[in-house]
Design a protein around this ligand. Structure first.
Ligand code: NAD
Length: 469
């Protein structure tokens, strides 16, 4: 007979969404069980996603900056791969150990194993040391997503997904990245800095096809000078593993081609993990893609079961998951809460970084939303020039009548940190004057936000004034 545990709230999945939900619920007085199939808490983001990739991107940035420091020659860098991996693993361990301690302090019971729902108030956890039955009052499903696969790929360790790429087994002479999205470009940046000749193949007619073209342009230009090859509008038609390399055939605007690489990274999107949990049988609606349908409280069609994070819909981003997790926990604890953000920021941690929040021009064109735009080029920002960089751009989209900020887009070093001001501006209903009259510290990159608003306002003095409004 499996052991039976009763719990007020079970949270399935301990990524940023799941652990935030579990911890918030415990702080609100609920008795919580957190089920995670991996040994360590933190999910993909902490263990094999956001955090390890940023640890490696930091090293890539140091290598690049050292190579381009004016007047200083550091020589050719010597890469100690164990040391690079060690930095990444240490950061991950510190964070995941911290989560385990936080769970203990909050008396959140952690069960290791795979959960499947057996009824609207019960689920089974299959762990390495047996099966546990859980009787729950409420459940939050936070099972995340998995890398999408291309059919027909050979089963070969040299054909990697993001987890394989982060393991950094070696620095391949030639690396092919399939998919010019977030993951593809971030990992391509790491491997390029470590010494690989990197090629990227992308299905659509530009890199990061979701992002506005003017933000992608400076990045695409820089990468064109760094990568061996960028093939756009190109389909991969075959991948064959040979002893001395992986042969990939393409079909693109110039016809068919093929090339041999030492490793291939497949980064063609992620699939939500909503299926195979036993939820459909209970009446929870799961889409064909695997997303669980939820309302603003993050409640599914079964009223005591909630879903948050990647599995509950786009965008599949950790910070969105954490906020949804808190909403679900608060609702379950009897509070009034809803997930209704005006803006969810997105950041691509390449060099330059690209970040946006709120309305994008792509979206506005699609929806027919009226907007006016102001841009400030970083070539006119002193701090940017001191960094040896001038390609950045800050743009703000305004509502024409109220002059309120609808969206902010930034490309340039540090854009990911700068976008936070844009998110706050949107959430607070700020207008052009609010931003233009806010005194930004000089000399910083943050001034580009104030000055983009001044451009809209007609009060800018750092560039030739556009027409007065
Ligand atoms: P993505 O959707 O960003 O990019 C996938 C790319 O692959 C797209 O440009 C797509 O057009 C292309 N593609 C699809 N099929 C292809 C094919 N057969 N051949 C060539 N190209 C193909 O997905 P991703 O980079 O895998 O990332 C997955 C998710 O993870 C993202 O949606 C994002 O939410 C999240 N993520 C976020 C960050 C971040 O916030 N910095 C970083 C990494 C991942």
């Amino acid at each position: 007979m499996p052991e039976t545990i009763r719990t007020q709230l079970v949270v399935v999945g301990a990524g940023p969404g799941g652990y935030s939900a579990a911890f918030r619920a415990a702080d609100l007085g609920l008795e919580v069980t957190l089920v995670e199939r991996e040994q360590r808490l933190g999910g993909v983001c902490l263990n094999v996603g956001c955090i390890p990739s940023k640890a490696l991107l930091h090293i890539a940035k140091v290598i690049d900056e050292a190579a381009h420091t004016p007047g200083v020659d550091f020589g050719k860098p010597k890469i100690d791969l164990d040391g690079v991996r060690g930095h990444k693993d240490k950061v991950v361990k510190r964070l995941t150990d911290g989560l385990a301690a936080l769970a203990r302090q909050r008396k959140v019971r952690v069960l290791t194993g795979s959960a499947s729902f057996k009824g609207p108030n019960s689920l089974r956890v299959a762990g390495s040391d047996g099966t546990t039955e859980l009787q729950f009052e409420h459940a939050i499903v936070a099972t995340g997503s998995t890398p999408a696969r291309i059919p027909g790929l050979p089963d070969d360790p040299r054909v990697m997904d993001s987890t394989g790429a982060l393991a950094l087994e070696d620095v391949p002479g030639k690396l092919l990245v399939i998919g010019g999205g977030y993951i593809g470009l971030e990992m391509a940046t790491v491997y390029r800095a470590l010494g690989s000749a990197v090629s990227v193949v992308e299905f659509m007619d530009g890199l990061l096809p979701g992002a506005d073209a003017d933000l992608v342009k400076p990045l695409a230009k820089r990468l064109a000078g760094q990568f061996a090859e960028i093939r756009l509008k190109t389909k991969v038609t075959g991948v064959v593993a040979h002893k001395d390399g992986i042969e990939v055939s393409f079909e693109g605007p110039d016809g068919a081609a093929n090339a041999r690489h030492d490793r291939v990274l497949v980064a063609v999107g992620r699939r939500p993990n909503g299926q195979n949990l036993g939820l459909e049988a209970l009446g929870v609606r799961v889409t064909e893609r695997g997303f669980i349908e939820v309302d603003a409280e993050r409640r599914t069609a079964v009223k005591n079961i909630f879903a948050i994070g990647d599995v509950a819909g786009e965008p599949m981003l950790a910070h969105k998951a954490a906020h949804e997790g808190k909403v679900a926990a608060e609702v379950i604890a009897g509070h009034k809460a809803a997930f209704a953000p005006l803006a969810i920021p997105a950041v691509v941690f390449t060099d330059p970084e690209i970040a946006w929040a709120g309305l994008t021009e792509n979206q506005a064109r699609k929806d027919g939303t009226a907007y006016e735009k102001a841009t400030f080029p970083w070539a006119a920002n002193g701090r940017s020039l001191t960094l040896g960089r001038d390609e950045g751009l800050t743009k703000i989209l305004f509502e024409p009548k109220s002059r309120r900020v609808l969206g902010v887009g930034i490309v340039g070093p540090g854009a990911g940190d700068l976008i936070a001001e844009g998110v706050l501006a949107i959430e607070m209903g700020a207008d052009a004057q609010d931003l233009a009259l806010t005194i930004h510290p000089h000399p910083t990159l943050s001034e580009t936000i104030g000055m983009a608003a001044e451009v809209f306002d007609g009060s800018v003095t750092d560039i030739i004034a556009p027409k007065r409004r």
